[in-house]
Design a protein around this ligand. Sequence first.
Ligand code: NAD
Ligand code: IPM
Ligand code: MN
Length: 372
Amino acid sequence: KPEFSILVIGGDGIGPEVTAEATAILDLLSAHPKGRATFNLLPRLFGGCSIDKYGVSVTDEVLETGRKADAILMGAVGGPKWDGMRHGFEGPEGATLRLREVTQVYANLRPCEYFAAGNSPLREELVRGTKFIVLRENCGGAFYGPKEETSDYASDLWSYKRSEIERVTRMAAHLAISKASPKKTVISCDKANVLASSRLWRKVVQETMEREFPDVEIVHQLADSATTLMMMRPTLFNGVVLADNTFGDLLSDLAGVIPGTLGVLPSACLADIPVQKWGDKPIKGFYEPVHGSAPDIAGQGIANPIGAILSTALMLRYSFGMEEEATAIEKAVNLTLDEGLRTRDMKGTASTTEIGSTIRKTLLELLNEQAL
Ligand code: NAD
Ligand code: IPM
Ligand code: MN
């Protein structure tokens, strides 16, 4: 039975609360008689809690563990306590950026499917049938350009190289062709009417698609109007929504309006095209829900663990080729929501641990019925 090593970062705020429900699923799979793999969990401090203990938001040991691990699972980092410490990459959020950079997880997949009827603030008939993946470029752009920061002047250089745009475009096309996407369409969002980096983006996306993926439809959309369209007619985005680091960050949080909470959105940051089948060499992935550390609800036991749990499903699918287990987790989440069990962000009263344990109970039933 193969063993996979997973760097586990609870982080700050609700991070540890939601991550505990995600790692409990990995433990369940490791221990299950039908389990195909053992997950060796390597928990580490990271972000604000690492600043408190070690004086730095990420130690070299943790970066090295992340580099060596088969995958990384993270909750979230940051909070008001460390807000004044963000110079350069020094704050809690900077630690996330550094770990993404050292692992070169350049493709950040943030799937958004409409589920849990009745929870969206948008009209049901508008959101029904929505299914897209925001694909955010994750290792370049304004987040990583040289910074200048004085008390009177600050700048972040927003730049892209052709090669960075090409590799994420190939990932977009790969996803558009895969069953993760309901349509063979890539909708690329930029501001080519204003930004030079966006003009290169649009040109390289178009050229790469024409040259290498002529049977995948490519649509270019200005990123500002994309936000209105995404709320007015979300199904227009069915397919893969490709964007650079900044626009992808915004569009993936905006997508939280569709299910009605950020708490259910998962994310996968990948260093390569996903594993195709069980038995293939694992590919490095950094899995984290889209949401942050939610300091407003931290410590109350009411955070929604579904984003973290679905991120674990993405890990099994994309890093390890464990499609059956990933699908079973997703099914268990949907069945739990169908039962009406929901946290407060979904107008329910269930606690984080109630949701987590019900999902695990349902997952066990599914695993017992299913042949792996
Ligand atoms: P946030 O995502 O933490 O919270 C936004 C809103 O959504 C809040 O009202 C919060 O209560 C709610 N929410 C988020 N996750 C939820 C969940 N699982 N269940 C229920 N409700 C949930 O965004 P923010 O308030 O802008 O940021 C808070 C801190 O988190 C900041 O320090 C920010 O830098 C950090 N952050 C970290 C990450 C990360 O580590 N991956 C991501 C985003 C933000
Ligand atoms: C996210 C977060 C991070 C980002 C921050 C906390 C570094 O907002 O994962 O979306 O901007 O990438
Ligand atoms: Mn974000």
